[in-house]
Design a protein around this ligand. Sequence first.
Ligand code: ZN
Length: 492
Amino acid sequence: MSVNGTFEALRGRLAEITDLQRTGGLLFWDQRTKMPPAGAEARAETLATIGRIAHEKFVDAELGRLLDELRPYEEDLEPETFEASLIRVARRDYEKATRVPPELTADIRRAGAMGLKAWQKARAEKDFSQLRPALERNLELKHRYVECFPPGEETYDTLLDDYEQGMKTAEVRAVFDQLKRELLPLVREAGVPDPAPPIELPRAGQERFARAVLEQLGFDDESWRLDETAHPFMSTAGHMDIRLTTRWESGMNWLFGAVHEFGHGVYEHDIDPSLARTPLGTGVSLGLHESQSRTWENLVGRSRAFWRFFYPKLQKAFPEEFAALGEDDFYASVNRLEPSLIRVDADEVTYNFHIIARFELEQELIDGRLEVADMPAAFNERLEEYLGITPPNDALGVLQDMHWAAGSMGYFPTYSLGNVMSVQIFERAQAELPELDAQFEQGEFSQLRAWFRDNLYVHGRKFTPQETLEKASGARLDAGPYVRYLKSKYAG
Ligand code: ZN
């Protein structure tokens, strides 16, 4: 076969695998937004089959043979070209995937599905003991998984690499230690106030207003959807088919949640279309993905300039609730530092301590310093230490997130890494686009979006997360800008 023929054969196989993964994603979206509850059992089987076929196609020895054959061709190419990037990234994914025996991969998937089922019941009944055996099983499988890879400096490095390729535990720890040092005094100062009762807004009005805001940011009915779900997420069935979800609820999180998912969606939507149906055609890492959802949610969506444009519209949409409330008071109410129990509802500052607590517990678990049985108490102690509050029961404590039950360890730190990266990148955009605030006040967001597209989104997975961050922000991972941003917003 000619080199071109070999490359096209590789590309064709990868396109099919991507199609299968998209199909799985679409079934997952349907499960969380449309499927009647009794469909769960059949759906679990369908998803398992699709996932298994995609995995088998990917670890197929023929794919490895094509990658080997393309090695001399790749070495002659410029590393930034589409061809070189595709071969490099596919090889890295292939080498990682083929280290894990297929039986172990199947065991891990099955245990995750069982864990999720146990979690739902344990959480509903506020009873950690019902989840304990599933977590012990997940942990045992994690150890077997880690053993498939050459030992890193720390066991946790191998777990982290699945979500943030190339990132080391020690780097994350250094960043988180800085957040602790600089931000814990702010949290202590805030104390634990009596939370104000959340505002209740009519559901239909929420949806109308959320859609109006998203349209102003760049959502359109040609390639986007917005649906309701219990645990909001973004899913993409193709770069022109972006599905956002939110939850209609009290307070204002229905809107911030929708804008958060918009940030994930716009990243996927604005990736170079020529990368579609390849492993390059998606966001580069969870951390960088989260940097974008947090940018649109917090750096844009909670900014003064944003609300100068949208607050009069919010007052008009909900006159009973907001006519008497001034813009200053509203702005303060959506930017309040207030230690609370639930990670997903936390403010910009305390959010990081929910993450740091989980990051530390995960390392203790994988290093054998913490037993699964002792997790509820350890979780509560850590929350008390950082935020000054103790969960009244396990549903509001160790059982609040599904990640561990589903078998994800090493995922949590990417949320706070996203926060840190978001400000690094946004400050670069602000420096190059000095009119941003004035534009936001006019409801104009297209220049910012175009900047993100050209400097970040367009690359997809062509470069490593670290290289992608450097291209967008001009620097390596650095907590400095994020700490300064939070201090100037929340101190005193
Ligand atoms: Zn997110």
